[in-house]
Design a binder for this molecule. Sequence first.
Ligand SMILES: [Zn+2]
Length: 351
Amino acid sequence: MKSELEVLGLWPGSRPVRHPMNMLSLWRHPPQPELKDSISELPSPKYFQLHPFLIWKPEHTLMERVRNNYILPCLHGCPNPQVASSGIGRPRVIIGTSGQYYILASRLTCKGCRKYWHADKPQWLEKLPQRFRNIVPAFLTHKKAVCRSVMDEMRRSGRSPEDMSKQLTEALHLKYERAHLAYLLSVQNVRDAETGVYGQRTITGLLRQADTPAHFGGYADADGWCGVSMSSHYLVDCLVREYQRQEQHLTLLLQGTFGQALRSDHTRKVSRKVVLSSSTMSSYAIMNENWMILSWVMLQSECDRSLYPMYEGLCQRYTAAGVEKARYQWVDRDCCAAFTVLHPGAQEHVL
Ligand SMILES: [Zn+2]
């Protein structure tokens, strides 16, 4: 890693390397505002209100490597598309788990049909090969967009969209507060230096014309922080779309966890940890031949009826995954022998 960073000029002490337009990344991060302002003026809040952005210009030389010899398609399906840039694009705000950022997409035209569209138009993105689409860090719809990081977090944590939107709102506002604080600290730093806190003295006793720090502005100020919010409805929408997009893969994943042989077991040791005032509980687990747990429930009674809903659910899961039902089942005692995955094909009970 060290040598790669040296080639890029990023390793401490390595020779500076010039990259025209910093073309090694599509990402642009604003300069660190604390380093930016000169000491003779009070810092400007503007530098503290910048968000990162991604340049999305598939037609640009910037993306030559990805494009290779591939000819960009026309949005309207021309047989001989001639897609070219036509002016500056528009920024679109994206909400991620670590704050908001922008995608700056170019405006494109097809010289064949003389029509115009933006490079972040979802219908056009869908026509591009996977290697292009994977670079876009967000799920884009007509007007809004959500970062992949939000969807990943939702899937990982299993939170409800409502919870997630609250968590995002909190995180986004926290980021705003931190930027505001950083701005105030920067102003304080200048003031401290002037009053000689660090031991230095100005020879001339510099006097500024405007000595009042500029107001930082509110969260949603259009000419300031420009903070946005995200509704839980929109997140639900995204989840549904994401499911539709990945349905095939998810089914495959599900199919992988179902087995052809089941082993079920009453496990008393675990259930002892569950304290209920009324009665003893027992836990009942069903595993496949690879010892992966397919289902695990707590039972208040050990009668046959209490297991029925679980087997019914398991049966539905097999059906939903499109897998043939398990054919063999081991049980730890006779009482459960009556149960097996419902409506199986040819089956055997092994006791
Ligand atoms: Zn066209």
